[in-house]
Design a protein around this ligand. Structure first.
Ligand SMILES: CC(C)(COP(=O)(O)OP(=O)(O)OC[C@H]1O[C@@H](n2cnc3c(N)ncnc32)[C@H](O)[C@@H]1OP(=O)(O)O)[C@@H](O)C(=O)NCCC(=O)NCCS
Length: 184
């Protein structure tokens, strides 16, 4: 990407974080440790430190430069608070033009339509400027909020993978879904 991405929605801004903004990411991680823990890989203590946040942001900026992944954050309109994260990762180009989507929202913003609002705009961006043909998103069957969200966004079920990802220390089955660009 040559220019920094900045997607505006009615209530949010979606973009990559700068390294100087690591405190926003650290605070989000610490405040949502218990909320996000059951749906994420096991984390080491460094994940919750300022240095850990800095390293994540640096790696994310490098990934975006190299078109390997886009770890966007969803911010309040004044960029003073991190509301959610959404990542287009595992980018494959060539004949596939596909990526995996991961996301999570702060416990304080859950259940208010923020994640839908941000993902709706971000997926449009993925099919537009990022030029993806297919965005894949997978969830643990008991994650009903995630299932509802993806369904509403127009993701379709494509399969069921046993012991697919190691989440919170356990290999968990996942429902596989995808959204495919309408044309082109
Ligand atoms: C999965 C997750 C992102 C879903 O977040 P969410 O806030 O429920 O998603 P949405 O933005 O679609 O919000 C939907 C809810 O907001 C309500 N809502 C309120 N105002 C709304 C508005 N203006 N527009 C849309 N929905 C609105 C909806 O009625 C719905 O309510 P409900 O939960 O009572 O059904 C969230 O639960 C989460 O972060 N979980 C932990 C991490 C995780 O599971 N990540 C995904 C791994 S696959």
């Amino acid at each position: 990407m040559s220019e920094p991405v900045r997607i505006r929605t009615q209530r949010t801004i979606i973009r990559l974080l700068d390294v100087e903004e690591a405190e926003l990411l650290r605070r989000y991680r610490v405040e949502n440790r218990e909320h996000l823990g059951p749906w994420e890989p096991l984390r080491t203590e460094s994940h919750f430190s300022l240095e850990g946040a800095r390293l994540t942001i640096e790696a994310g900026l490098e990934a975006a430069r190299a078109d390997r992944g886009y770890p966007f954050v969803v911010l309040s309109p004044d960029s003073g608070e991190m509301i959610a994260s959404l990542t287009f990762g595992n980018v494959v180009r060539g004949v596939f033009q596909a990526c995996h989507l991961g996301y999570g929202i702060s416990h304080r913003h859950e259940g208010q339509g923020y994640m839908y609002e941000a993902l709706d705009a971000a997926v449009r961006y993925a099919f537009g400027p990022l030029d993806f043909h297919r965005v894949m998103a997978n969830y643990i069957p008991r994650n009903e909020r995630s299932a509802r969200l993806l369904d509403r966004l127009g993701f379709e079920k494509e399969g069921y993978a046993k012991r697919y990802l190691k989440i919170d220390g356990l290999w968990e089955d996942h429902v596989l879904t995808a959204k495919v660009r309408a044309e082109g």
